[in-house]
Design a protein around this ligand. Sequence first.
Ligand SMILES: Cc1cc2nc3c(=O)[nH]c(=O)nc-3n(C[C@H](O)[C@H](O)[C@H](O)COP(=O)(O)O)c2cc1C
Length: 223
Amino acid sequence: MNDFEAIYARHSVRSYKPDAIEADKVLQLREKIDELNAAGNLHLQFIEDAGRTYSRLMNRVAGLGSAPSVIACVGKDAEDLDQRVGYYGEQLVLFAQKLGLNTCWTGTFSKGNTDADVKEGERLVICIAIGYGQDQGRVRKSKSYEDVAKVDAAVGEAPEWFKKGVEMALLAPTAINQQKFVIRLGADESVELVDKGGIFSKVDLGIVKCHFEIGAGREVTKS
Ligand SMILES: Cc1cc2nc3c(=O)[nH]c(=O)nc-3n(C[C@H](O)[C@H](O)[C@H](O)COP(=O)(O)O)c2cc1C
């Protein structure tokens, strides 16, 4: 499975089988986490036993209490921490998808109930539920290309790479499926991601950036 296939296959999954993730896959996840932590200056952690991370009533009702494991997204507090968590965390989500696992980003986890190692000066931003889903989730509603893409008038018809980037960005998970972002293409081929606000919108922007870059095959200029 390549990145494109993983993006199409990924949907948020909130009900999990009780099966634990096999040791060889845990090892691969931990190796990938080490790589992403080094690249993003983060302290992402795989927590094998999700324990009471999803003990809140709303999470239990949603089914998240069944998640066997969790990824705690921790990093040294900084202005861009949320966006980096989104950007590198989503790379991990897509890696997990390729391993046959399912995930769900979760802002509603119980902070006090995770076994995350949060050192002084660090912040636990969000958690990602991970395990084998009861199903693969489902396709959800999405904004359209016209809703989120803004192309400089001097460009005329947007190039294929930009369109593919936007297509992948529209498949990115966002909190409450808000998709509150705009992707601007400048006359000089620059790409700017604009955050239109909302809950966890900075994490969303990092996730969207990850998807856009996979689709476009080039980096976002400004976010
Ligand atoms: C930053 C962020 C926070 C989220 N928090 C929750 C959450 O607390 N509970 C939940 O059930 N889903 C949560 N989600 C999952 C979104 O509801 C889901 O990504 C969105 O509805 C789009 O669906 P999809 O992921 O299947 O494409 C979150 C997603 C993101 C990106």
